[in-house]
Write a protein that binds this ligand. Structure first.
Ligand SMILES: N[C@@H](CCC(=O)N[C@@H](CS)C(=O)NCC(=O)O)C(=O)O
Length: 200
């Protein structure tokens, strides 16, 4: 690839999805990260909410971690992480990525935000319990699916495992995997990969 790839964001946050995809595809990228970058004017010129990750590649500026990872696959000849548009495998990829973000990650994010707001304990306890219940219902779907196969799409690792794996790892850190052994086994397989960029 001739164009320089710059990733804004690094570490165990959602930028880890992008770094892991870069590693799996064997691409070169430079990473920009400094204290105070989130919310900065520099980042707000690239992302409407000044969040990470953002990728700049040539004239293209992209935000949303899943969109960035998918773009990297689309522009990498001979890549092995994502099936072509119009195939069943590609649509199953879209399905699991959307499901993870709307049925699991949204509730984890909401609980995280409540922690930041330091609301009255009585106000948060019920909402946190509801979030655990709703995220858990989404995780049950992944638990049943991954009890039957090694990776999300079939027996072969793919980009869906990078994107959804990050969400499942956040669920583990939120104490939601204790009763979900198939997801624990699944995560261990992901962490075995030398290219992994998540933090255990
Ligand atoms: N859906 C977005 C989420 C982006 C996001 O919320 N990023 C976090 C870091 S993981 C962030 O920048 N948070 C800043 C904040 O909440 O102020 C994605 O997947 O890229």
């Amino acid at each position: 690839m001739s164009e320089q790839i710059t990733i804004y964001g690094s570490g165990g946050n959602r930028a880890a999805r992008v770094a892991w995809t870069v590693n799996e595809l064997g691409l070169e990228a430079s990473y920009r990260h400094y204290d105070g970058m989130i919310g900065s004017d520099e980042l707000r010129r690239l992302h409407p909410q000044a969040k990470i990750p953002v990728m700049q590649i040539g004239d293209l500026v992209l935000f949303e971690s899943a969109a960035i990872c998918q773009h990297l696959c689309d522009i990498t000849p001979g890549q092995h992480l994502m099936a072509p548009v119009g195939t069943a495998q590609r649509s199953l990829h879209n399905q699991w990525v959307s499901f993870a973000q709307s049925e699991v990650e949204a509730y984890l994010w909401h609980s995280f935000q409540m922690g930041r707001l330091e609301m009255a304990e009585s106000a948060t306890a019920a909402a946190l319990e509801l979030n655990r219940h709703l995220a858990g219902a989404g995780l049950d779907a992944f638990e049943q699916h991954l009890a039957k196969q090694d990776f999300l799409l079939n027996e072969q690792f793919s980009l869906a495992d990078i994107i959804v794996g990050w969400t499942i790892n956040w669920s583990r850190k939120s104490g939601l995997l204790e009763t979900r052994p198939a997801l624990q086994t699944y995560l261990a397989k992901l962490f075995d990969r030398p290219q992994v960029a998540m933090i255990w």
